[in-house]
Write a protein that binds this ligand. Structure first.
Ligand code: NDP
Ligand code: ZN
Length: 353
């Protein structure tokens, strides 16, 4: 069975997106073929395809927030059947034998997981992501989208949702905790909703207060502008937990100053450059600085079920396949409320270039 798919592809970091047709790898016995309904745009797609994290492998299709319907299943597939509503996030395989995989933390596979794009697939080809009509994925890396969450609202949960849910769960953020979510973009707006649903008192730390009304609708108690004169001194030692989603350079030491003693700052944003840190900022007050990398497959399912139970989903702006380059510039400018999602039905009429 040959699976062809229109995809959005870039020939190089400065090239515009083009609609081209590719062949997906041949489905194996344990694979699921997915008819993609919606694909979210994550800032990681932009970092990757603009070579901000190193040289990507071109031509390339990105996208790791995938929601769709099962179109076919291999003979050994047991978890899914044709017609199921499913999602795929940032990884499509892992060794499944190491300590991490056995503990449900495939994202930290000791042999390295296979990314949904720009990674080496089981057949030796480079994986191509979700800005596409179809994708072929091992059933172990497919999750169920609960009824009640629309595909376009669900797609961003597959990365932005799990990436914020995992550290909030791991550090047991809940009732009574004063939480700051830094950066109100795709990840941040899910972090606010999830932390609030877990009972925390959430403050959004944004560069300005221009998103304050939206933040309140997402469940934030307040929004503070970090660009305001004297901000870091005024709010010194205020928070139990800080979730940083900032995608560019920032003053890490200044944010650590906002933590209470023994507070935890979990970083999920991945600025391309290293950032300096004097150890006295951690030692004084015995603070915890930690990172978090997406989440495991079982935890991703748990997050989707949590979102369904609490009525959470991404706040999105739906775009067509010809709008993606412009959308990238808007994401980088912080001008997205709060996730762009590609309506993959718009591939239908798009001419192959
Ligand atoms: P967005 O661009 O949607 O959001 C990032 C937010 O950071 C912006 O909305 C803005 O918030 C803030 N920001 C941007 N530039 C600056 C700056 N110079 N100084 C201060 N704040 C700034 O990105 P995403 O939410 O999609 O992704 C965020 C980061 O997380 C990216 O680096 C991405 O690669 C990474 N990521 C990490 C994952 C992981 O597993 N750890 C998974 C997915 C993504 P505001 O306008 O409110 O100030
Ligand atoms: Zn992502």
């Amino acid at each position: 069975m040959t699976i062809t798919s229109k995809v959005l592809q870039k020939a190089g970091p400065q090239e515009p997106y083009k609609v081209v047709e590719i062949e997906r790898r041949d489905p194996r016995a344990d694979d699921v073929v997915i008819d993609i309904k919606a694909a979210g745009i994550c800032h990681s797609d932009i970092h990757t395809i603009r070579n901000e994290w190193g040289e990507a492998s071109f031509p390339l299709t990105v996208g790791h927030e995938i929601a769709g319907v099962v179109e076919a299943v291999g003979e050994n597939v047991t978890k899914f059947k044709v017609g199921d509503r499913v999602g795929v996030g940032c990884m499509v395989n892992a060794c499944m034998e190491c300590e991490q995989c056995k503990n449900g933390m495939e994202q930290d596979c000791l042999k390295g997981n296979v990314g949904t794009y720009n990674s080496i697939d089981v057949d030796g080809t480079v994986t191509q992501g979700g800005y596409a009509q179809k994708v072929v994925v091992n059933e172990n890396f497919v999750v169920t989208i609960p009824e009640g969450i629309d595909f376009d609202v669900a797609a961003p949960l597959l990365c932005a949702g799990i990436t914020t849910y995992a550290p909030l769960s791991r550090w047991k953020v809940g009732e009574g905790d004063k939480v700051a979510v830094v950066g109100l973009g795709g990840l941040g707006h899910m972090g606010v909703q999830i932390a609030a649903a877990k009972g925390a008192e959430v403050t959004v730390l944004s560069r300005t207060t221009s998103k304050a009304d939206d933040a309140a609708k997402l469940g934030a108690a307040r929004t503070l502008a970090t660009s305001e004169e004297g901000f870091f001194a005024e709010h010194h030692g205020e928070f139990d937990f800080i979730l940083s989603t900032i995608s560019a350079q920032y003053d890490l030491e200044a944010y650590l100053g906002l933590l209470k003693p023994h507070g935890v700052m979990s970083v999920v944003g991945l600025p391309p450059e290293a950032m300096p840190l004097h150890m006295n900022r951690l030692v004084g007050g015995a603070k915890v600085l930690t990172g978090s990398n997406i989440g495991g497959i079982a935890e991703t399912q748990e997050m989707l079920d949590f979102c369904a139970e609490h009525g959470l989903g991404a706040v999105i702006e739906k775009i067509g396949v010809s709008d993606v380059d412009e959308a990238y510039d808007r994401v980088v400018a912080g001008d997205v409320r709060f996730r762009f999602v590609i309506d993959t039905a718009t591939f239908e009429d798009a001419a192959v270039q």
